[in-house]
Structure formats: C-alpha cells, structure tokens
Ligand binder design. Structure first.
Ligand code: NDP
Length: 327
C-alpha cells in the first residue's frame, strides 16, 4: 500500500509487455471502489531494482524477472496471468509462504478445446497429406479410420483436459485420461488412469497423445523415448503443456523412425523458438507460437481482484496453487 492508501499492484514480466493489463485492472478496482496504483516493470531479463518495492501488495506476473521477490518485502499475492505457475516456482527467491494464484477460466478451456480438437481431427483425417495432394492437383482417397477406432489420450485431466476429453468423446473418439489422483466423477465415454501405476495402461498404443499437464518436477520430460515407444506406430503427439514436458532429442528420434508420424507443438523450452531450431524444418512437425488458448485481460483482472480480496479476508483462493504438488 502506498502513502495515499492505494493498493499497489506491480506488473512484472521479463519478456512480455504487461501494459495490456493496465486498463482492465483499473476498471475492476474502480468498479469495486478500491483505490489502485499500478506500477509496471520494463520487460527485461535482468532486474536492476524495483523503486518503492516495499509498497507493492500484489505482483501480477508472467515469467517475472528472477530475483524479484526480495525486493517486494510486503507482497501478499503473486498472481499468474496464466493457468500455469511454473514460471513463478522456478525462482528460488520466491518466499515459501507467499500466496500464489493462477487463472481458472472456462473461456480458456473452450479455446484450448478448439485447438486440441482441431489438431486431433486434422491428424486423424490426414489433412497434411491432403494438402500435399492438393498442391499436386492429385485426387486420391486415403483410408478413413472411424473415430471409434482412434484412441486419444489426454495427459492432465484438469480444467482444460477435462473439457477436451468431453468434446472428443462426444465426437466418438476412444478417450483415455490420465491424472495424478483418481477421477472424482468418471467422464462418460472416457476411461481414466491415475498416477505412476496407471501410466503404462494410459499410454498403451494411443493414436494421439495430448500433453496438458502442468510443469512440475514429476511431469518434466513426460514425453520421452519410453512413453513414445508405448504409443501406436505413427502416433500423433500434441504438446500444449510446456516445452520442458518434451525431451526434444527423443521426439526427434521418434519422428525420424516413424514411431511418431505427426507432432503438433505449441510450447517450447525457449520462446520465441530460435531461428536455428531443428523443429522449424523437421518433417511432420507443426508449430504454433504458444497460442493454444488465451484468457481475456478482463477475466485476469477480475480474478486478480477477487484473489486479493480473499487474501485480505484470510480465505482460500478460488484458483489456489498447491505448492507441494507444484501446480
Ligand atoms: P489443472 O491444474 O486444472 O490440471 C492439471 C492436471 O494435471 C490435473 O488433472 C492433475 O491431476 C494432472 N497432473 C498433475 N501432475 C500430474 C502427474 N505427476 N501425473 C499425472 N497427472 C498429473 O491445470 P489446467 O488444466 O488449468 O492447465 C494445465 C496446463 O496447461 C497448465 O499447467 C499449462 O502448462 C498448460 N496451458 C497451456 C496453454 C497454452 O496456450 N499452450 C494455456 C494454458 C495452460 P489431479 O487432477 O489429480 O490433480
């Protein structure tokens, strides 16, 4: 809080210009009748220093500069602008007792579902092969596999994965889900597998594997030689989680051998993907620049305010983070 009694919200990212959050935050605080001072760090990978850091109450972040937290001694809420909080937890200076918030947004789930269902159907219905045929004015029917004979596995049956699974099952795909704990309510048309014990049965001969996991110590490198070998030959791998979920060399080898026929990748270890990265020219790899889904700034602003009010009231957050699990 500053000397005028205003809540101080710091916008912090080392790569993204967070200025887009200014107007929506101001609007929700105004509507709630709460005075607000917004401060914004220039997007920079290195942190020179935060002026007046002791007045900051809330840090709204996407990949905040490393070493930020000791400069904000009174901060009470670190709020992610996305569903994942791996970009917060990677900083060793993050205080262990600081409350972390993430975004849970039905619109984000619908955007993700559109992306995942589009990728699954494009792979299943061989759209890349038809695009090649069209370029050659070549009319040829390829074998059509019914959706009921095509098995899609969703690794990560959370807010986003559950919605994708429901829509894929409604189309008629065989759908398997995998999560850490057993499903509270089984989804109609989906089989569910849980934990390390369920991993093998989940992966077994999947035609398409969708990674929608949070990035944690347990899930890093989930798409590796062993898991890829368990899929059906020529399988489709869709990574909409984080770049570090994929062991890149293992996926390269699986694409080269034909064990993986198509890889749709939306997240990368380094973003933007470097110009000289092999993915740009690897046959069978389709790249999108981390756009699978987005949350509207208005929703981020509303959830940030709601979380801030919950912190002040000593209540649990709507979209809380379990630090022990890492998501
Ligand atoms: P949730 O926290 O709602 O769900 C996470 C799911 O992963 C849960 O089902 C959880 O199991 C499961 N899980 C976690 N750890 C493990 C594990 N070790 N083994 C098996 N399952 C595990 O997350 P969301 O659905 O909101 O988001 C998922 C991820 O999607 C985000 O963390 C982010 O990485 C990615 N994302 C990507 C975007 C993009 O544009 N590419 C945009 C937004 C998000 P359980 O149910 O038992 O807790």
């Amino acid at each position: 809080m500053n000397a005028r009694g205003e809540t101080v919200v710091l916008l912090a990212s080392r790569g993204l210009d967070m200025g887009y959050m200014r107007a929506p935050l101001q609007s929700v605080f105004d509507q709630a009748g709460l005075p607000l001072e917004l401060r914004q760090l220039a997007p920079t990978p290195t942190l020179a220093g935060v002026a007046g850091g002791e007045e900051v109450d809330v840090a709204l972040c996407w990949e905040p500069p490393l070493g930020l937290w000791p400069q904000l001694p009174r901060v009470r809420l670190a709020q992610s602008v996305g569903a994942g909080v791996d970009h917060l937890l990677e900083d060793a200076t993050l205080p262990p007792d600081l409350t972390l918030g993430r975004i849970r947004d039905p619109h984000m789930a619908s955007g993700m579902t559109a992306y995942v269902v589009g990728a699954v159907t494009a792979g299943h219905r061989q759209r890349a092969a038809y695009a090649r045929q069209q370029a050659q004015r070549h009319w040829q029917e390829l074998p059509v596999v019914p959706a009921t004979h095509y098995t899609v596995g969703i690794a990560g049956m959370g807010t986003l994965g559950t919605r994708c699974a429901q829509v894929l099952a409604a189309i008629g795909y065989q759908v398997r889900g995998w999560s850490r704990s057993a499903a509270a309510t089984p989804l109609p048309g989906c089989t569910h597998h849980a934990g390390e014990a369920g991993r093998e049965a989940f992966l077994d001969r999947l035609d398409a594997l969708v990674c929608l996991l949070p990035l944690t110590a347990q899930t890093e490198g989930f798409v590796n030689a062993q898991s890829l070998a368990a899929l059906a030959p020529g399988a489709h791998v869709i990574n909409v989680g984080r770049g570090l979920h994929v062991v890149e060399a293992d996926l390269q080898a699986a694409l080269a051998s034909g064990q993986v026929g198509l890889a749709t990748l939306d997240s990368f270890v380094q973003e933007p993907l470097p110009q000289d990265h092999p993915w740009w020219r690897t046959p069978g790899v389709e790249i999108t620049p981390h756009i699978a889904t987005r949350t509207s700034p208005a929703v981020i602003a509303a959830q940030t305010l709601r979380h801030w009010l919950q912190v002040q009231a000593g209540q649990p957050l709507d979209a809380a983070v379990d630090r022990t699990q890492g998501y």
